[in-house]
Design a protein around this ligand. Structure first.
Ligand SMILES: *[C@@H]1O[C@H](CO)[C@@H](O)[C@H](O)[C@H]1NC(C)=O
Ligand SMILES: *[C@@H]1O[C@H](CO)[C@@H](O)[C@H](O)[C@H]1NC(C)=O
Ligand SMILES: *[C@@H]1O[C@H](CO)[C@@H](O)[C@H](O)[C@H]1NC(C)=O
Ligand SMILES: *[C@@H]1O[C@H](CO)[C@@H](O)[C@H](O)[C@H]1NC(C)=O
Ligand SMILES: *[C@@H]1O[C@H](CO)[C@@H](O)[C@H](O)[C@H]1NC(C)=O
Ligand SMILES: *[C@@H]1O[C@H](CO)[C@@H](O)[C@H](O)[C@H]1NC(C)=O
Length: 595
């Protein structure tokens, strides 16, 4: 009987595995209509599979833009490659030390709200000038080349531990990663894609699939959510509203509110394999309720409210508060003993980090959605065989030893495996015993299950220290945070930069990262203008212009809702926000999953 059961299970598992492989391979060939037909009733292929007994709830809080050194480099953690008290010197000219050094230091030079975005190159930051950064084997890399790629100014001013009491307490009580790399040496979009689908379909920039030769605007690949669904394992995206544990929301940012500068959660929603699960888009209030109730799903994806996401130049004090609130909610809940909480930053964000990211063994991207060499950008020929800069990452659980600094994976699965953003789908696959990996990359990445203790600890603190006071109150003031006309309660003042241009203090992205700009020969003045605000981009002209991100989202949402695309050239920034807000509502109200 037992043998029969085992056999039946095996057949069942291999069926599920085969179906999964087939779906993965075929998905990218389907038109949106065909995909809708097929996935409109995406159903579990089986009941939740048997799996380990430690973790029932894996929670990921996905933050924005902070290299390891920027947050953890100054905490003096044993085993961490950090910034010494005496500073870290980088030669201004790697060939000629007589030109002097810049001094990477810890401290309070700018506080929690940066005056402008940092400008360290996330793509080629360690490369010797003119070395090949695009194809394996790559040209020479060394930290001594960092200055010529923007390691200066704001990019090398690291937080002191006193400035980050909540993260410091996390490091003391749980684990942080000394070597967790971004999946792609680049900005948000490709890294969001890799974290949730183990591929970026060949795109290497903050752009849509169609901008790189894809047939659709949306990215068609199979995601970790598709895999969870087919394997009968529950998940949710907690994406709107509150960050407060005491029922009262401490801010009011919905993903669609104009006041928040239209932070529609692209690039996440730009993945068809996220968009089709919108029945699992829940508010953060429900996250707190479910945590208190012990009824969180197996996998939770937490999108931080924009103002607390730590993207430069949002207030890092608010990111501290969000971390404290999320931790305390999980800690106080009945599910704590079986919870694994991972907090990670999607890219290095223009902040300097000292470690040269590895390339040995990193598999190239062979996902079926890959638009090989079709991107019309300087990244066109990038082969994805190296990781990006080290990023800030914390692992929190009663199953994690106190005060650990994790190094490289010990259990592979390959002798070259590293912890990186794609460790998220790898961990989900292993924890919940899903029938297959998504691509070669998550099959290669280190998995966090190897870091868990044999038995849970009972000494985790109920509370973390208070977060620093935010520079401005939480609620977005009327008129928003973008410095719109007549808005005095703004986070930032519109500053005049040296070119006399109005400087837009904050934008999620403009599709052009500073490294790219530098390679294009444009002189980037460090720390000014801010990251993601190209001097030539319209967004820098202020509130009258539609931003690149708004354009992209309008394209995306007109496709998702099958609404005619408005003429964005005739819209203001506010009008674009309003259009997006309505479109988001319409889309959420549409019945049934949609691709
Ligand atoms: C994973 O699932 C398979 C069947 O699908 C089962 O044979 C195996 O024991 C499970 N592994 C764990 C760790 O539960
Ligand atoms: C670098 O900065 C540190 C911290 O402020 C200081 O102690 C050190 O003397 C500086 N080094 C140089 C060479 O200026
Ligand atoms: C916010 O969350 C609530 C509850 O989960 C949901 O009903 C609502 O549609 C969400 N709003 C948006 C804009 O996603
Ligand atoms: C709380 O638990 C109850 C009983 O299991 C359940 O019906 C309810 O939906 C849960 N609430 C949340 C927000 O998860
Ligand atoms: C969690 O585990 C600790 C020690 O292992 C135990 O004292 C505590 O009661 C458990 N909590 C719950 C909610 O089961
Ligand atoms: C890793 O394994 C491969 C074979 O799978 C071997 O050729 C290589 O030398 C190993 N590298 C290290 C660093 O052990």
């Amino acid at each position: 009987m037992l043998r029969f059961l085992a056999f039946a299970l095996l057949v069942y598992a291999s069926l599920a595995n085969k179906a999964l492989e087939q779906l993965k391979a075929e998905l990218h060939k389907l038109t949106p209509d065909e995909a809708k037909k097929r996935f409109g009733d995406l159903k579990p292929l089986r009941e939740a599979p048997p799996r380990q007994k430690k973790i029932e709830h894996f929670v990921v809080l996905y933050m924005e833009n902070h290299a390891f050194d920027n947050f953890f480099g100054c905490m003096d953690l044993p085993g961490a490659d950090g910034i010494p008290k005496s500073g870290r010197l980088i030669p201004k000219d790697p060939e000629d030390p007589s030109q002097g050094y810049v001094n990477v230091t810890c401290g309070t030079s700018y506080g929690y709200v940066c005056p402008g975005g940092p400008g360290y190159d996330t793509f080629a930051g360690k490369f010797k000038n003119s070395a090949d950064a695009h194809a394996y084997p790559y040209g020479p890399q060394d930290d001594k080349y960092s200055h010529q790629h923007g390691a200066d100014g704001i990019a090398i001013e690291m937080f002191s531990p006193e400035q980050l009491p909540v993260k410091k307490a996390i490091a003391e009580n749980f684990g942080i990663f000394n070597k967790l790399y971004t999946a792609v040496p680049s900005a948000s979009t490709p890294n969001h894609l890799f974290t949730q689908s183990a591929t970026s379909c060949g795109i290497h920039d903050n752009i849509m699939y169609s901008e790189c030769g894809g047939k659709t605007d949306t990215f068609p690949q199979f995601t970790i959510y598709d895999s969870l669904k087919l394997n009968g394992v529950d998940f949710a995206f907690y994406m709107n509203s509150t960050c407060g544990v005491q029922t009262a929301p401490c801010h009011g940012v919905n993903p669609h509110t104009p006041d928040a500068g239209s932070p529609i959660p692209s690039p996440d929603v730009a993945m068809a394999g996220v968009a089709r699960h919108k029945d699992r888009f829940l508010s953060q209030e429900l996250f707190y309720a479910a945590a208190a109730n012990g009824t969180l799903p197996q996998f939770s994806w937490l999108m931080p409210p924009f103002q607390a996401c730590d993207h430069p130049c949002y207030d890092v004090a608010k990111g501290e508060r969000l971390l404290k609130d999320t931790y305390e909610a999980l800690r106080a809940g009945p599910g704590w003993n079986n919870t694994l909480f991972f907090v990670v930053y999607d890219d290095a964000g223009g902040y300097y980090d000292q470690i040269v990211p590895p390339s040995e063994g990193v598999p190239n991207d062979e996902a079926p959605c890959h638009v090989r060499d079709q991107c019309a950008s300087s990244f066109a020929k990038f082969d994805f065989r190296r990781l990006g800069l080290r990023t800030s990452a914390m692992l929190i659980s009663p199953w994690v030893a106190r005060g650990t600094v994790f190094q490289e994976p010990k259990k592979g699965p390959y002798n070259t495996s590293q912890f990186e953003l794609t460790s998220v789908p790898a961990t989900v696959k292993n924890l919940f015993n899903l029938s297959g990996f998504l691509t070669k990359r998550d099959a290669w990445a280190g998995s966090f299950d190897e870091l868990l203790l044999d038995a849970p600890r009972s000494d985790a603190p109920m509370h973390l220290p208070d977060a620093p006071a935010p520079a401005k109150p939480w609620d977005p003031p009327p008129g928003g945070i973008f410095g719109r006309k007549g808005d005095d309660a703004d986070f930032f003042d519109l500053a005049e930069n040296d070119d006399g241009e109005d400087e837009m203090p904050l934008e999620d992205d403009d599709g052009v990262d500073d490294g790219d700009r530098r390679r294009l020969g444009e002189k980037v003045k460090l720390g000014n203008p801010p990251q993601h605000c190209g001097q030539k981009e319209k967004i820098c002209r202020g509130p009258e212009a539609v931003s690149v991100k708004q354009r992209r989202n309008i394209k995306l949402f007109s496709r998702l809702t099958e609404k005619a695309e408005p003429n964005v050239d005739e819209m203001t920034n506010d009008e674009a926000d309003r259009w997006l807000s309505e479109c988001w509502e319409d889309w959420m109200a549409l019945g049934g999953p949609i691709t």
